[in-house]
Write a protein that binds this ligand. Structure first.
Ligand code: FAD
Ligand code: MLT
Ligand code: ZN
Length: 464
């Protein structure tokens, strides 16, 4: 191992590695504190050629490599295991915007670019890069692509997959695969880049990406709406989509309990309502000529009993205030303590059924559990989390967690949904992939893994 470590250090030079345990700490810890890994070395290449040499050296020594972006994974995907034998490979130094082509609505970037930096570069060129999530100030585009991240604008623009035009990837033997083409149309053989999108670092290391840009969406109107029940959100969504076809870009359901956590744990992030309502929707639509049309649509929804109250942001400070509430949820939830996280999706047409059957299921399984639900209901994706009483010990938490999670995932599967909508599988949900995708799908995944990474050196112990 020592010989390999010296070889890796020589490839990247003195600025390209860290082995000090204090400096490594934020890179080996999962951000919610559920897992703490160990590594002898974090290597930080500055170019694709250096990544290629690092991977080739690790392949030669049969040593595992864990690619890491911003380390904001929700399922411990980007940290090494506890063995202390896996090399951590950070893309942080590969953070250049390589080129921007506003006429082609495309941008080419290093994989280590922070998502927000790409949004800003697109904006400066008069365009929009629509991928947006709470972690956008620290997550990297390579991590976003590797997890096929979703976030807040999927209903209009799709997940990360829909935004990738081309990729540059280092394969498990160090070969550089260059599919970095900024084309909308390309039917020359198999679309290889798709293999790496959502593969969570287990099939290759993404070093560069060509991304799709969009025209600036113009005036956006943001509103927070109180609704009488979670199921009403689906009818409200349908109504708004009729009023604003293809122009509703955010539609987020949040329970009163969840906003209560934000109010409790995040300073100055209270709700802008006097009333006390059970559920809320945060929505944003491209309204073109001002908020008038949205106001009319919401008034209609009030008359039809879908909406109880609404606040439409009148200026950028009010927009920021509404978004702050939404972006604070993960941190508030973390501070509130351990919960069972279920990042599920079902077809939007079955969301109402999922919500009511989910309620019944929880009542039957554990009446003293609390539902902590929020998420991207416009995409059929809910964070259907469950908090158990603080009085139970960790053994009971684990056994009850297994029982409740299994029952929720069974319901999701029955409704044609997925146990992992946007966070990926990582380490946390690996057993569920084997269970819920068992059969030819899982076998083909295994064959792909064996073909592309026969010695299993890329992110070992994750996904498959
Ligand atoms: P990391 O956490 O570092 O890594 C994630 C996975 O990708 C790991 O398996 C890692 O090995 C692999 N990886 C990283 N870089 C590369 C690379 N260059 N090549 C190959 N593999 C790589 N996710 C959503 O989908 N939607 C949300 O709305 C959302 N909101 C969030 C809000 C907060 C506050 C936080 C903390 C997280 C949120 N997430 C969300 C989860 C997370 O931010 C995303 O999964 C994000 O895409 C991960 O990016 P990262 O750079 O932090 O990747
Ligand atoms: C979100 O929608 O805020 C994220 O996916 C993060 C989370 O689930 O906590
Ligand atoms: Zn989410």
């Amino acid at each position: 191992m020592n010989q390999l470590l010296e070889q890796l250090k020589a490839i990247v030079g003195p600025k390209g590695w860290i082995s000090d345990s204090d400096a490594l700490e934020p890179h080996v810890n999962e951000w919610r504190g559920q897992f703490i890994g160990r590594t002898p070395l974090m290597i930080m290449p500055a170019s694709t050629s250096e990544v290629s040499q690092v991977v080739a050296a690790c392949a030669e020594a049969s040593t595992g490599i864990v690619p890491q972006g911003g380390n904001t994974s929700m399922c411990a995907g980007g940290i090494p295991d506890e063995s202390g034998t896996q090399i951590l490979l950070s893309l942080a130094r590969m953070n250049r915007i390589r080129a921007i082509d506003a006429d082609n609505f495309s941008i080419e970037v290093d994989a280590g670019c922070i998502l927000q930096t790409i949004q800003e570069a697109a904006h400066d060129a008069g365009c929009c890069f629509p991928l947006s999530l709470g972690a956008e100030g620290s997550c990297q585009i390579g991590g976003n692509i590797a997890t096929d991240a979703g976030g807040l604008n999927v209903i209009r623009y799709g997940t990360a997959r829909a935004l990738v035009l081309g990729l540059e990837v280092v394969l498990a033997d160090g070969t550089v695969l260059n599919s970095l083409r900024s084309l909308r149309k390309d039917t020359a053989g198999y679309d290889l880049k798709q293999l790496f999108i959502g593969s969570e670092g287990t099939l290759g290391i993404i070093t560069g990406a060509a991304l799709r840009l969009f025209p600036d969406p113009g005036q956006l109107t943001t509103a927070l709406v109180a609704i009488p029940s979670s199921g009403t959100s689906v009818s409200l969504l349908g109504k708004l989509q009729q009023h604003f076809p293809e122009r509703v870009q955010t539609f987020e359901l949040v329970s009163d309990y969840v906003f209560g956590l934000v109010d409790r744990y995040i300073p100055d992030a209270g709700l802008p309502f006097d009333g006390d309502y059970p559920w809320y929707v945060l929505l944003e639509a491209a309204t073109g000529d001002g908020p008038g049309h949205l106001e009319e649509a919401l008034m209609e929804a009030v008359e039809e009993g879908m909406v109880l109250d609404a606040v439409i942001a009148k200026n950028s400070a009010e927009v920021d205030r509404l978004w702050r509430l939404r972006h604070s949820i993960s941190e508030a939830e973390r501070q509130a303590g351990k919960a069972l996280k279920h990042d599920i999706s079902v077809p939007v047409s079955r969301m109402q059924e999922f919500l009511s059957r989910g309620d019944e299921l929880l009542e039957e399984l554990r009446p003293d559990a609390t539902l902590v639900a929020f998420g991207h209901v416009g995409d059929g994706n809910l964070h259907y989390n469950v908090s158990l009483p603080h009085s139970i010990d960790s053994e009971e938490f684990a056994s009850e967690g297994k029982r409740i999670t299994g029952a929720i995932y069974d319901l999701v599967a029955e409704l044609g949904g997925s146990f992992s909508a946007e966070h990926g599988v990582g380490r946390l949900k690996r057993p569920y992939l084997a269970e819920y995708r068992a059969g030819p799908e899982y076998e083909l995944m295994r064959k792909l893994k064996n073909t592309l990474d026969p010695a299993s050196i890329l992110n070992p112990g994750k996904v498959i």
